[in-house]
Design a protein around this ligand. Structure first.
Ligand SMILES: Cc1cc2nc3c(=O)[nH]c(=O)nc-3n(C[C@H](O)[C@H](O)[C@H](O)COP(=O)(O)OP(=O)(O)OC[C@H]3O[C@@H](n4cnc5c(N)ncnc54)[C@H](O)[C@@H]3O)c2cc1C
Length: 581
């Protein structure tokens, strides 16, 4: 039958017949489930039971997607064989793919898939080395455990996210996470020294910064690694001007592939880790990363500013930035009310002393009882070698803000007090996720940024758009980076909610892009924002993203539909309409 088809079918028909035969043989040989096939060569666990699949079907995003199989690789060999297996299956026409998962706190659907989830938490959870100024970590190490160890030598990775108690290093690297210290110390991308990736040919490869001579040597390799260096260097050098212009004009960005950061013309170095970081696992599976660590000044104090309204926020931001604070963050009245209501639980989560902290927050609780809740609370942090140094810096700014804007303020006097305000900021999204009855958190315009100096012009336009939709939402964010987390609370069982997501995203992103901002500064693209990347970067740059994906992963093995190839239609159809809160 195959031969007959082949004879009459021309070249196309012939190829089709051969592929059909290969598939048929494949299926006969494999009258077994996908999980059973993988178990043949895999040392780690392979599960396709409902409980395991359900556990991997959600992250902190709007989506619900149940994978076919969950695998937990035991070592590098497992991962290499797994990739080789999927590569062969793809060539045989099967629709399989691999999506990495660390702690699953992504807010975009990044670790969700209908195919195979590769769960790195159970076995890839070793902090392999801590050197004099670096650490080598596997992807399944929780940040909270990582930090405990690095702090023993006085060192820290300052790009930790607000989800510091929940997230793991695989997600932090692959989302290019940032947080409260990013204003001064930058995001994860600044700290990557090496990344070890299993590539689409099933081979392990280490990426790091190369000199021009080293790049030439790499290009000679007759392997996929060599081809990646040949093709990526051509792509980047041939499109220098386009890429320089494409870079979002913001202090932090997690959108797209960061091709503009690979070639450093001043140092004359070529560093592919600069775009593998933040690629959401679409270019390969990361087995470890070497991260630079730094030493921070030991004591911090906070200037807390309570704003009755937001009219002066932009001018205040301008003034604060002159003082070069360690962090400059905010949360709004809805977050504040929620924090007061669930104070005991919050303290429990961070293992704080409830009574001590409640007493510390008495003035704010009193404000709440009197109904005088601030519209926005700003946290401006200063660090010092001594408490007095940090306190003095905060006091100086306090004096100026009081004089110019007549705002209510407070400077924290102890470490405990400082911690209280941070807890509210860090835990705000988590509180919302677990406590709003009948509605749920809907992160879809949750992470854009524009340059802080543009806020006076930008913010009124943003508020005008939000006002028209009459949604209940909270705002927290990194004011110093012009980066806001707007989290609407919505009833996703109402079909109109999907319409709101579509139209409001478009309106907000149109505005952000007019200001040459970024649609995501730290949470990344995933299912929710990949459909907007063509609009954000334009056809020519988007085509370079597609080429990049094809160079690393020509058969689309890794996390398909993220960064390139995702459609809004696909994403909207996978919104979780069951889960209410
Ligand atoms: C309460 C809360 C607060 C948050 N605050 C912040 C914040 O302040 N800043 C911020 O940046 N984010 C924040 N986030 C989002 C999220 O926590 C971070 O992006 C975090 O770094 C994700 O880590 P994770 O271990 O949960 O990754 P996961 O959700 O498991 O994965 C994230 C992405 O990385 C990929 N990935 C994971 N491991 C690998 C691997 N081994 N190889 C290749 N790809 C891999 C996944 O495929 C996925 O695309 C917050 C989330 C929550 C729930």
């Amino acid at each position: 039958m195959y031969l007959q088809y082949c004879k009459g079918g021309g070249t196309d028909g012939c190829a089709k017949a051969v592929a059909q035969k290969r598939n048929a043989l494949y299926n006969i040989r494999n009258l077994m489930t996908l999980a059973e096939e993988i178990k043949q060569f895999f040392k780690g666990e392979v599960d396709d039971n409902d409980a395991a699949r359900d556990q991997m079907s959600r992250d902190a995003s709007l989506f619900h997607i149940t994978p076919a199989v969950v695998v937990r690789p035991r070592d590098a060999e497992d991962v290499e064989k797994l990739v080789a297996f999927v590569a062969a299956a793809k060539k045989a026409g099967r629709n399989l793919s691999l999506t990495a998962r660390a702690a699953g706190t992504d807010m975009t659907g990044g670790p969700l898939t209908e195919s195979i989830v590769v769960d790195f938490l159970p076995h890839f959870n070793h902090l392999k080395e801590i050197g004099p100024d670096f650490a080598v970590t596997e992807p399944g190490v929780f940040y909270r455990d990582f930090e405990k160890e690095t702090l023993k030598t006085g060192l820290i990775l300052p790009s930790y996210p607000a989800s510091r108690e929940l997230a793991a290093m695989g997600g932090i690297v692959n989302n290019n996470s940032g947080g409260e210290k990013t204003l001064k110390y930058g995001k994860t991308e600044r700290y990557i020294e090496e990344i070890q990736l299993v590539l689409s040919d099933g081979n392990l490869c280490t990426f790091k910064k190369l000199t021009e001579a080293e790049l030439e040597e790499k290009k000679k390799l007759q392997t996929l690694e060599g081809k990646i260096y040949r093709d990526m260097s051509a792509l980047i050098f041939d499109n220098q001007k386009l890429l320089t212009e494409a870079k979002p004009n913001v202090t932090k960005n997690s959108s797209g592939y960061f091709l503009w950061n690979v070639w450093d013309p001043a140092a004359r170095t070529f560093d592919l880790t600069k775009m593998i970081v933040g690629a959401q696992g679409t270019l390969g599976l990361m087995l470890d990363a070497k991260l630079r660590l730094i030493r921070l000044k030991p004591v911090t104090r906070l200037l807390v500013v309570f704003l009755k309204d937001t009219k002066d926020i932009a001018r205040i931001a301008e003034k604060v930035l002159v003082y070069d604070p360690e962090s400059f963050e905010s949360y709004d009245n809805n977050t504040f009310k929620l924090a007061m209501k669930f104070f005991p639980e919050m303290m429990e989560r961070v293992k704080g002393n409830l009574l001590k902290m409640a007493l510390g927050l008495m003035p704010e609780m009193w404000m709440l009882l009197q109904g005088g809740i601030p519209k926005l609370v700003l946290l401006v942090e200063f660090a010092g070698d001594t408490a007095a140094e940090a306190h003095d810096a905060a006091k100086k700014l306090e004096k100026e803000l009081k004089k110019d804007f007549g705002v209510k303020t407070r400077v924290t006097a102890t470490d405990e007090e400082t911690k209280e305000f941070w807890v509210i900021r860090r835990e705000s999204f988590n509180l919302l996720r677990h406590h709003v009855k009948g509605l749920r958190t809907a992160p879809f315009i949750d992470d854009f940024s524009v340059r802080a100096e543009l806020l006076p012009e930008f913010l009124p336009k943003l508020y005008e758009i939000l006002g028209r939709y009459k949604l209940l939402y909270t705002i927290a964010g990194h004011v110093g980076d012009g980066n806001f987390h707007i989290i609407p609370l919505m009833d996703m069982t109402n079909p109109k909610s999907k319409e709101v997501i579509t139209t409001l995203s478009k309106e907000v992103y149109d505005l952000v892009l007019k200001f040459k901002g970024s649609i995501t500064s730290e949470h990344n693209d995933g299912l929710i924002r990949t459909p907007f990347l063509r609009q954000e970067f334009g056809d020519a740059v988007y085509a370079l993203f597609e080429k990049t994906k094809a160079i690393f992963d020509p058969d689309n093995i890794f996390n398909p539909g993220k960064k390139v190839g995702g459609t809004l239609e696909y994403s909207l159809a996978r919104i979780d309409t069951e889960k209410k809160s």
